[in-house]
Design a protein. Structure first.
Ligand code: HEC
Length: 500
């Protein structure tokens, strides 16, 4: 069997070749960070794929479908794994990079491997950022608004912001952009970069520990020792993720409400330091005693500087490190400068994170809003979803069926709750035409409409005719729903026999 496979594909010798890779100095638990990161990535891809089975990206369904995920214990666990897996992946990429940095393993000939690694960190952070928006709760909305506004800060950034946002305000288009980035573009980039990272790694071989004379190192093999250590490390990571998913599952806030401006957003922990920097620079300027700087503390350039210029320069320095650190040996003694700088930078990142945490908590306390508990949030808004509105308002099965027909065919133009969209379609709530003569409503749904509505507006595109795409029964159901099931409407039902 194996021989057959080998003769047809060469897979067996490829696997052998892969497993017998030399490891200078022998296997070590120091080398597990890369493979543990890869394990976290595979966990993210797997849980992420299954989450798309339950998640529906649009302003009318993102929060609702996330809520449904929370209400089912199995999907809730799946989401918790994905949530903690994200944190684990970011922490592991970071640790992996830090170790390479400390050991000087980015030095020639591994410059490109370092660059690909830094790009992988960036892609992972973008994945975290785009995933953060998807639940479309208060925090997702307002925290993402902060990042979108930052994208709009530099000259020409307005265009970038409106592309990412899908127009002037955040809504369904924003969710779809972020969703596309999160489930397609970034994972594809991630997998390609990991492939490149591993291929370059195989070409150069592992850097091995820092020793004066490489000839003194005892040789080792990937299989079985390193493979075993990698498996142990990944397993420990998995156990920690599972434990955290049980102990501290993520929290779903109330549905995004753009009008609630008093909400104080909190970023994901790995963005806290950037948030801290943004808050800290103005405070620093105010305390500087230099009159000019004190006056400038809240000027637009300060935000630009703290949110874009400093992080970009920082990122470029990290990216170009192999060329900036010119020492030819990897020994710690000759690299004291870079090691101390690394230490100071990390201390600053940790300090800024704590600082941000403090300012956010102070702001939340000052806003005086008592946060709702998750049980309240998950229990409350049944009546808001159209299907549920049908169940509470007009509780007939016909109206419930109509709610589904509406959600599938009409809500795209008339809005999830029939509140209409300026320039696209008129509101169906508080609309005397809709709750008036049932025969006329059925006629509009069946044959379409183009002209002035009862509310006095005209629209560029007509209301489509539905008689060829919906059954009589569906037309009666959706008419019943919009007349009696939308919030505030309470006109009588329409029977199938009323549809000509
Ligand atoms: C492509 C967008 C679009 C879709 C989809 C759509 N509508 Fe409309 N609808 C319109 C527009 C535009 C008008 C106003 C037409 C005009 O006056 O020119 C309208 C008008 C109406 C009216 C009359 C309102 C009034 O004040 O005169 C009703 C009732 C209505 N639609 C129900 C529905 C139902 C039920 C569905 C789903 C089966 C649906 N619409 C799907 C765009 C749409």
């Amino acid at each position: 069997m194996l021989n057959w496979l080998e003769s047809r594909t060469g897979f067996v010798s490829m696997a052998k070749d892969f497993l017998t890779e030399d490891i200078p100095g022998g296997a070590s638990y120091w080398y597990v960070f890369g493979s543990a990161t890869m394990f976290a990535m595979i966990l993210q891809i797997t849980t992420g794929i299954f989450l798309t089975f339950f998640y529906a990206p649009s302003a009318a369904t993102a929060w609702e479908s996330t809520r449904a995920i929370y209400l089912n214990p199995y999907t809730h666990f799946l989401l918790s794994l994905h949530y903690w897996g994200a944190s684990a992946m970011i922490a592991l990429v970071f640790l992996h990079l830090l170790q390479v940095l400390i050991w000087g393993a980015y030095k020639s000939p591994r410059e490109l491997q370092w660059i690909v690694g830094v790009l992988l960190l960036v892609v992972t952070l973008v994945l975290g950022l785009t995933g953060y928006l998807l639940p479309w709760d208060m925090d997702a909305y307002f925290a993402s608004q902060v990042s979108l506004n930052i994208a709009g800060l530099p000259p020409g950034g307005g265009i970038l912001q409106s592309i990412a946002q899908g127009g002037g305000t955040m809504g369904t288009d924003t969710i779809n952009r972020f969703f596309g980035l999160h489930v397609w573009l970034m994972p594809a980039a991630l997998v390609l970069l990991v492939g490149a990272h591993l291929a370059i790694f195989r070409w150069n071989g592992p850097a091995g520990p820092v020793v004066d004379d490489p000839r003194k190192m005892r040789p080792g093999r990937f299989w079985p020792d390193q493979m075993f250590m990698d498996a142990v490390a990944s397993f420990v990571v998995f156990l920690i993720i599972i434990a955290l998913s049980f102990i501290a599952p993520p929290f779903l806030d109330a549905k995004a409400d753009p009008t609630n401006a008093s909400f104080v957003p909190y970023p994901a922990w790995y963005f806290l330091f950037l948030f801290g920097l943004l808050n800290f620079v103005p405070v620093l300027l105010q305390g500087s005693h230099i009159q000019f700087l004190v006056e400038q503390a809240n000027a637009p350039w300060v935000e630009l500087f703290a949110a874009i210029v400093v992080p970009t320069i920082g990122g470029l320095i990290v990216l170009l490190l192999p060329w900036l650190d010119r020492s030819t040996t990897r020994s710690f003694a000759s690299r004291a400068g870079i090691l101390w700088t690394t230490f100071v930078v990390i201390a600053c990142i940790v300090g800024l994170s704590f600082y941000a945490q403090g300012t956010i908590q102070a702001k939340i306390a000052a806003s005086g809003v008592t946060p709702q508990t998750e049980a309240q949030i998950l229990a409350a808004p049944e009546a808001e979803a159209p299907a549920a509105a049908a169940a509470s308002g007009a509780s007939s099965p016909l109206a419930a069926q109509g709610a589904k027909v509406f959600a599938q065919n009409c809500s795209g133009c008339h809005g999830a709750q029939g509140m209409g969209q300026p320039g696209v379609a008129p509101p169906l709530v508080k609309n005397p035409f809709v709750t008036g003569d049932a025969k006329k409503v059925v006629d509009v749904i069946a044959n379409g409409l183009h002209g002035q509505t009862v509310l006095g507006q005209t629209y560029g595109a007509p209301m489509p005719a539905w008689k060829s795409s919906l059954s009589k029964n569906d037309i009666a159901a959706v008419a019943t729903f919009i007349r009696g099931g939308l919030p505030g409407n309470s006109a009588g039902p329409v029977k199938e026999s009323d549809v000509p």
